[in-house]
Write a protein that binds this ligand. Structure first.
Ligand code: S3P
Length: 445
């Protein structure tokens, strides 16, 4: 049981490269495994989520050499791809832990295999909706059984022929879209997927990098079956979702000036920057470049007064994972912030609207939950206190940043899952000025 204890006040200064992008890391393993030839990955996120995906493909017979990175660098992988039809039947159920991305993307691959398989995860994942991928995969011809209410575990019968579908997703979701794009590689004909809003496009970009022809037309994508993937190299940028904690921390803490290096700037992910700038944040983007098909830049963040805003609904999907820390930004902005159109937050690793409302209330913030968001009254400073992360990595890290503007220390309980997306978070945060210690023996000064 890991607890964060964070001293009140302080500022964030210096420079930092946060770990590799989680979405891109998962995809690098999946596509590298299904490709023909040797794929090399650098900057791989050594978090539990992406390591579980790696282990799952190893247990399906894919030779993957994993070289742990020295601090700040990320891991390296050498994947000897087995081709679309080279996976082997795993001996045991594939355990993807806390990761919805791993489960939903792998569902698209496993539904199309000759062999049966089962996907399992932790308690949080077993509470998350999987009907959104089960339904379209079954329309393609897959046979899948699940727990009650279409929750995990997912059991794939295997040995079914998949046929292309023309499908409109019930919610804009990169996980659904990517699941179906992967299944489409195995299906007869051309699969078309239409979305009501923008979702992250890492799968489209990376599939193209592996030589696959992907059609993109506004909010629709298409993939025809039978295309092979050719190995390539993938350099994983730093995860903007992990950078987000520091971007908000430096914005709210007086005296901060922080440089974040090599941050992924994919336009389907940069909603956090747009929202914070609307609130008055001081974020300078420099050294823009492109790395393996993904835009990357360095970010300089200086403290600035934030104002409450109505968060534009069209920016919500572009910042969906950043809302826990955006709630903290709103809590110390001047005036009211209104968040709507974010009902998906209720089906993440925990119900993130409820978790943030519970914790911010304990810290003395006036916050009202909405079914699809919240209304937050900004306060001059927070009270401090003890809050629960509900075992959600992003809730834990968001509340640790709240200490920067609190009168008393902030204690965050149940923080072990921070390791799913951000290994060594406390050490890195401590190194640039956050007064954070952990209670599990890995205390940092
Ligand atoms: C992800 C997509 C998003 C995001 C998740 C990672 C991905 O979920 O919240 O953390 O890697 O495809 P949805 O696609 O369900 O919105």
């Amino acid at each position: 049981m890991t607890t964060f204890v964070v001293n009140p006040g302080g500022s964030l200064n210096g420079q930092l490269r946060v770990p590799g992008d989680k979405s891109i890391s998962h995809r690098s393993v999946i596509l590298g495994a299904l490709a023909e030839g040797q794929t090399r990955v650098s900057g791989f996120l050594e978090g539990q989520d992406s390591l579980n995906t790696l282990a799952a493909f190893q247990s399906m017979g894919v030779p993957i050499e994993y070289i742990a990175g020295s601090e700040g660098e990320g891991g390296s992988l050498v994947i000897d791809g087995v081709g679309l039809h080279g996976l082997k039947s795993p001996e045991n159920p594939l355990d993807v832990g806390n990761s919805g991305t791993a489960m939903r993307l792998m569902a698209g691959v496993l539904a199309a295999q000759k062999f049966p398989s089962t996907l399992i995860g932790d308690e949080s994942l077993h509470g998350r909706p999987m009907g959104r991928v089960i339904d379209p995969l079954m329309q393609m011809g897959a046979e899948i059984s699940s727990g009650a209410d279409k929750r995990p575990p997912l059991a794939f019968a295997g040995g079914r022929t998949l046929n292309a579908i023309d499908y409109t997703t019930p919610v804009a979701s990169a996980q659904i879209k990517s699941c179906l794009m992967l299944a489409a590689l195995y299906a007869n004909g051309e699969t078309r997927i239409h979305e009501a809003g923008v979702s992250r496009d890492h799968t489209e970009r990376m599939l193209r990098g592996f030589g696959v022809d992907v059609g993109v037309n506004d909010l629709s994508v298409s993939v025809h079956g039978g295309q092979k993937l050719s190995a390539t190299s993938v350099d994983v940028p730093a995860d903007i979702s992990s950078a987000a904690f520091f971007i908000v921390g430096a914005s709210i803490a007086p005296g901060s000036s922080l440089l974040l290096q090599h941050v992924g700037m994919n336009p389907t992910r940069t909603g956090i920057l747009d929202i914070l700038r609307l609130m008055g944040a001081n974020i300078e983007i420099t050294n823009e470049r492109s790395v393996a098909g993904e835009p990357v830049a360095d970010l300089r963040i200086q403290h600035s007064r934030l104002n409450g805003i109505d968060v534009p609904v069209d920016l919500v999907p572009l910042a969906i994972d950043e809302f826990p820390v955006l709630f903290v930004a709103a809590a110390c902005a001047v005036g009211e912030t209104r968040i709507t159109g974010a009902a998906e937050l209720r089906v993440k690793e925990t119900d993130r609207i409820k978790a943030m409302a519970d914790g911010l209330t304990k810290l003395g913030v006036n916050i009202t939950e909405l079914p699809d968001g919240a209304v937050i009254q900004g306060a001059q400073s927070l009270r401090g206190g003890v809050v629960d992360s509900f075992e959600d990595h992003r809730i834990a890290m968001a509340f640790s940043m709240a200490a920067l503007v609190s009168d008393n220390s902030v204690t965050v309980t149940d923080c072990a899952n921070v390791a799913t997306s951000f290994p060594h978070y406390a050490e890195l945060a401590s190194g640039i000025g956050l007064g954070i210690t952990t209670s599990d023996g890995s205390a940092v000064s």
